[in-house]
Design a protein around this ligand. Structure first.
Ligand SMILES: NC(=O)c1ccc[n+]([C@@H]2O[C@H](COP(=O)([O-])OP(=O)(O)OC[C@H]3O[C@@H](n4cnc5c(N)ncnc54)[C@H](OP(=O)(O)O)[C@@H]3O)[C@@H](O)[C@H]2O)c1
Length: 249
């Protein structure tokens, strides 16, 4: 059984790769920092191999699929991603476009290409790492929240299509709140509430994926937030999101 994990050089992706090996999978680790990937490969031994890929380049995403197609991959984890903080008129456009390419375009391309392979074989799993941000509008992190809305929406639609065709292929979106990783230093924010550790997020994500859940929201507090979102108008939740995000700066 072989799995690809993007964003495996750090945080949630690295712990998903570790957890997959514990569960008997071989893993193909994908990211840009090859020194980090090699370190993890050393830890995981013969169960891991590394592929360097800058997912913000669509051609590299397509090439990744082409190269790995002969590997008989059964599980894809789209975990690579990053955020950026600041009011929308002030944040850097090029950085945001790179974020959209990584968080949205790469997820779209890899999901489509591997999904087609999985549907042909009528087996396979896709885990898209979204965020609780994927259910809200996020002032002061507007683009990041929007990218994660794309991921939750896309995953939900594919989930329903697979269900209607009675497919054995499974797709899940992991939607965590704060997780203790390098995300904050990259996004230049600090947590405004206590984070969970990435091992917990990884293990719950894989449990949910294997059970065929659409959304996995690790931590009861964050589950409550998702529930509250259903009860309140968008203007109200966005108002609270602004205050929440402001504390992170
Ligand atoms: N931490 C949180 O609080 C939190 C909460 C909800 C959702 N998430 C989501 O969880 C996912 C993983 O983030 P994390 O928290 O684990 O942060 P992290 O520790 O910073 O890890 C981010 C990973 O993404 C990879 N990556 C970024 N840009 C890339 C690119 N252009 N090409 C290839 N790989 C790229 C990084 O690898 P290289 O730099 O080596 O390329 C790294 O492995 C993200 O999608 C994030 O949005 C995080």
């Amino acid at each position: 059984m072989k799995a690809i994990v993007t964003g495996a050089s750090s945080g949630i992706g690295r712990d998903i790769a570790r957890e997959l090996v514990v569960r008997g999978w071989d893993v193909i680790l994908v990211a840009r920092r090859t020194d980090r990937l090699m370190e993890l490969k050393k830890e995981l031994g013969k169960h891991a191999k590394c592929v360097r890929c800058d997912l913000s380049h669509i051609e590299e995403c397509k090439k990744l699929h082409e190269v790995l197609q002969k590997e008989d991959v059964e599980l894809l984890v789209n975990c690579a991603g990053f955020g950026l903080c600041g009011s929308f008129d002030e944040t850097d456009l090029d950085k945001e476009l790179q974020m959209i390419d990584t968080n949205v375009v790469a997820v779209h391309v890899l999901t489509k290409l591997f999904l087609k392979d999985f549907i042909d074989k009528d087996k396979g799993y896709i885990l898209n790492v979204a965020s609780i941000a994927g259910f809200f509008s996020g002032p002061l992190m507007a683009t990041y929240y929007a990218t994660k809305n794309y991921v939750t929406s896309l995953t939900g639609a594919i989930y329903e299509e697979l269900k209607r065709r009675k497919s054995n292929v499974k797709i899940t979106a992991l939607c965590p709140g704060p997780v203790d990783t390098e995300f904050n230093s990259v996004a230049n924010v600090k947590f405004s509430s206590a984070p969970i550790d990435s091992r917990t997020a990884a293990s719950q994500a894989l449990d949910g994926l294997m059970k065929g859940k659409l959304f996995v929201v690790p931590s009861p507090k964050i589950k409550c937030l998702k529930f509250v979102k259903r009860l309140l108008p968008d203007t109200v939740t966005t108002h609270f999101c602004y205050s929440f995000q402001k504390k992170k700066k």
